[in-house]
Design a protein around this ligand. Structure first.
Ligand code: ADP
Length: 859
């Protein structure tokens, strides 16, 4: 057995090997140690290998899914080795000692899950493949639980941003590729060839050209090749559901790099939870598919005004009609997860229940269609979606006739094909039903016959049907002519068989076996019908998800009094009464009110410096405006009274180092690298928020850097920018930067207490209130008092010297580095140059020397 195990383990490579033995999956050696630790199950041992006991642990097959889920979460991959023949077959093949043949039937990895229990309903599960074709990165991404597949390409320096957007749970790449995440799975570079990729895509979709799906570049095709090859490997030759690939162009989406996504906490917070993230604050979808689509929308907001308007129009339509929205959401709420049921079916892991879900989901889709189609003045996007909701009549009819109302997840026991679908099956069921009734009648008959009232006919897995009497009556039935044959003696009972019972039991078994086979054959046909219609079903699922997203956005807007943003081609950003959806919700939970604030950036006033005390609301203000842009371009309403948004091509968000220290990854270096990226990439169309940049280093360095960054963003990038800072000195920039204005979050001291008003006003911050904040935070009074006296001295010093930024006011823009400083005039040098030494007498020379010395001293 160990030989077989080791051979399979070699094939499983760095995956844990689940080795099927009867009702258990067993793990051995290092696998066992690792799994026992992660799963917190007992580590035992079995036999010996090379003289040492073999560590072993196991999980029951029937509850393997839960254990798999935990292993996958912990970052493991698992190879499942099943018995591929029965013990009887093995004996026939190789004698009584023959080992049952086993083979790896599947690899379970984070990116290739389809099981409902292993997937999160509201999150897409993405597998990505990345490769490099002559300096261009190709990326193929798919969610095999629904079959969605996207191809894109980008420059190597944009790979990080692209992967951040995809949020893949597993990434594969050719061995040796640089710039990919650490846990990327290396694959043979041969898998990533563009010709191979093209051939594989054609084969998967049964087409002779990919032109019908779009234009794909070599890099995209190569990545697709690597992706499909990997899927082929993990599925052991069985490919999951793959829909036709969609080419994603880099420009179609609002570009956001990894740091921006992390700092805006779009899908998860800094702590990695969905709670507290933007998507959680926005998501009112009633289906898992809708929630996944929303997450996708927020990860890749659009840059095409028409596409955004189309989504907004649908949200508005649903927003303005609360009754329609409520009805629609009630129907959507009851929908099964069509896309994922289809994913399991095509991957060969579908159950009768999944077929039932298709039946119910597709019929509901039709009803939703009929309901919406009666409405007048439908938005264009809805009209485009409606046809996808119908067209499954034949399939749903078939399933309605073939399946029982609530089909089971297990098909081993049969019972999922409805009565009336197959006359032969009905007959088989009738036969076994008759036989069951006959057995029930036999019980009464045997009681009469033997006079034993306690006689029972029972059934178990080992004996099948048998007659049981209490031990004291056993002897009576033991008589050779009693018509009963003894089978088993228990502590308190004796068990018998009888000819008539045996006959009826055989009828049940035989009919049952045939019935199961018949159901299995029907199951295959029903699965094949779904597979054949997979593209249309996936389109229905996608249309329902889009409708759910729009209805959810409308619901959210109605709930929070959000408005429909106006999207323009200009370069302004005009938000009235904007709010931060996450902070507002957190405050509401405590019974506090959020103070709405305006933001008005325009070409001539594109950079706002926002000052004011810590905790005053600067970060919140910056982020809320970035989030409003993001939400608007994702096609949803925004938390504001009114918003007019000039389309943004790239969004950047940076937080000064110290704010991020808790994450343990932010250093001043990272801050500067990230800032450099903005300076390199932000265009006139971009929107940048910079929060306390420069704070991660000493005051002088920090101020100097912040100063230079503001100047560059203002003068070179010329993008819209909100810059929060506690350096008062930066206010002097308003004198030299014409499109920069000063703002601050208001605070007041009232009866010696600091009151933070969270209101953004024009003008520079008057003071920092640092000590008041310290007091608010509970710093002991003597310490605050001492700080006050230190501060007084510092401020006195500042008044005398002109402060930290003295002399910066007339610092010419960028001139310092560009022009070499002119040599200062030097009278001593001039006189020396003019001197005719030969013409001097020693006495005159001495006089000149005295004069020069005087000149030098007075300098
Ligand atoms: P800063 O960046 O100025 O230090 P933050 O933006 O982190 O301040 O805000 C600090 C806290 O103040 C937030 O956690 C929130 O509770 C509260 N706050 C911020 N903005 C507002 C607002 N507009 N209305 C009400 N409370 C706010």
């Amino acid at each position: 057995m160990m030989t077989q195990y080791l051979a399979l383990k070699a094939e499983a490579a760095d995956c844990l090997l689940f080795y099927r033995m009867g009702d258990f999956f067993e793990l051995f050696f290092e696998d066992a140690k690792q799994a026992a630790q992660i799963l917190d199950i007992a580590l035992t041992s079995r036999g010996e290998h090379l003289g040492v006991p073999i560590p072993m642990c196991g999980v029951p097959v029937h509850s393997a899914e839960g254990y798999l889920a935990r292993l996958i979460k912990a970052g493991c991959r698992v190879a499942i080795a099943e018995q591929v023949e029965t013990p009887e077959e093995a004996k026939k093949r190789g004698g009584s000692k023959a080992l049952v043949a086993r083979d790896i039937v599947r690899f379970v990895t984070a990116g290739t899950l389809t099981e409902e229990a292993l997937l999160e309903p509201r999150r897409a599960n993405v597998l990505a493949a990345v490769c490099d074709v002559r300096g261009t990165i190709g990326i193929a991404a798919c969610d095999i639980s629904t079959g969605r597949m996207e191809l894109e390409e980008c420059a190597p320096d944009r790979l990080g941003a692209a992967l951040a957007r995809l949020g893949a749970s597993e990434t594969v790449a050719p061995e040796g590729l640089e710039g990919v995440p650490l846990d990327t799975i290396p694959r043979s570079p041969r898998d990533f060839s563009s010709d191979g990729g093209e051939a594989r895509l054609k084969a998967v979709h049964g087409v002779s050209t990919l032109d019908g799906f779009g234009d794909f570049t070599r890099a995209m095709l190569a990545a697709a090749g690597g992706l499909i090859a990997y899927l082929d490997h993990v599925g052991r030759g069985k490919l999951p559901l793959l829909l036709p690939p969609v080419a994603r162009s880099g420009d179609a989406a609002l570009a956001m790099d990894e740091a921006t996504r992390a700092s805006l906490e779009i899908l998860t917070t800094a702590q990695g939870t969905r709670r507290g993230s933007l998507v959680e604050a926005v998501d009112r979808c009633v289906t898992g598919a809708g929630a996944r689509q929303l997450a996708d929308d927020l990860s890749a907001p659009l840059t095409d005004a028409a596409a955004i308007q189309a989504r907004l129009a649908l949200v508005e339509w649903l927003h303005d009609d609360p009754l329609l929205r409520a009805d629609l959401r009630a129907v959507l709420r009851a929908l099964p997860d069509l896309g994922r049921a289809l994913g399991r079916i095509v991957a060969g892991r579908g159950s009768p229940r999944d077929l039932g879900q298709l039946r119910d989901g597709l019929s509901e889709a039709r009803r939703i269609h009929d309901y919406l189609v009666q409405r007048t003045e439908r938005p264009a996007l809805l009209d485009a979606l409606l046809p996808s909701l119908t067209g499954h009549g034949a399939l749903t009819d078939l399933y309605a006739r073939a399946l029982v109302p609530a089909p089971p997840t297990e098909r081993g026991q049969g019972g999922f094909i409805a009565e009336g679908y197959d006359a032969a099956l009905d007959e088989l069921r009738r036969v076994s039903g008759d036989a069951r009734r006959a057995i029930a009648m036999l019980e009464a008959k045997y009681r009469d016959q033997t006079g034993i009232a306690a006689l029972k006919i029972r059934h178990n897995g080992v004996l099948g049907y048998f007659i049981e009497v209490p031990a004291k009556h056993g002897d009576a039935l033991m008589a050779p002519d009693s018509g009963f044959t003894h089978r088993q003696t228990m502590a308190g009972a004796v068990r018998f068989n009888a000819l008539a019972l045996h006959e009826e039991a055989s009828r049940i078994a035989e009919a049952g076996g045939h019935a199961l086979a018949a159901e299995e054959a029907h199951f295959e046909e029903l699965i094949a019908a779904a597979v054949a219609a997979r593209h249309a079903i996936a389109a229905t699922a996608a249309a329902l998800a889009r409708i759910d997203v729009a209805a959810g956005q409308a619901e959210r807007a109605a709930e929070g009094g959000w408005c429909k943003p106006v999207i323009s081609d200009g370069l302004g950003l005009d938000i009235t009464g904007g709010r931060h959806p996450v902070v507002e919700a957190a405050l509401a939970a405590k019974g506090e009110r959020f103070i709405a604030n305006d933001c008005r950036l325009a070409q001539h006033d594109r950079l706002w410096l926002v000052g004011g005390p810590n905790m005053g609301g600067k970060s919140t203000f910056l982020r809320q405006n970035a989030l409003i842009v993001l939400l608007a371009q994702a096609g949803g309403f925004v938390p504001a009274e009114a918003a007019r948004i000039g389309l943004v091509d790239r969004l950047f968000s940076r937080v000064g180092a110290s704010d991020n220290l808790a994450r343990g990854r932010s250093t001043f270096m990272v801050e500067m690298v990230e800032t450099a990226a903005i300076l390199a990439q932000a265009t006139e169309r971009s929107f940048v928020i910079l929060d306390e940049v420069g704070r991660g280093t000493s005051t002088y360095d920090g101020l100097a850097l912040a100063w230079a960054v503001v100047e560059a963003v203002h003068g070179i990038n010329r993008c819209r920018c909100l810059f929060a800072t506690h350096y008062h000195e930066l206010a002097r920039l308003a004198e030299s930067c014409e499109a920069l204005s000063l703002h601050h979050v208001r605070a007041r001291e009232w009866k010696g207490e600091l009151v933070l008003l969270h209101e953004v006003s024009e003008g520079p911050a008057d003071r920092s209130y640092g000590l008041a904040v310290a007091k608010l935070a509970g710093v002991p009074a003597p310490v605050v008092a001492r700080a006050k006296s230190v501060l007084d001295r510092l401020e006195k010093g500042r008044a005398e010297t002109g402060g930290l930024a003295a002399g910066l006011g007339d610092l010419p823009l960028f001139a310092a580095a560009a022009a070499a400083p002119a040599e200062p005039a030097d009278p001593v040098r001039e006189r020396l140059r003019d001197l005719d030494v030969d013409a001097l007498s020693p006495r005159e020379a001495l006089d000149v020397l005295y004069a020069l010395k005087r000149a030098a001293d007075s300098d």
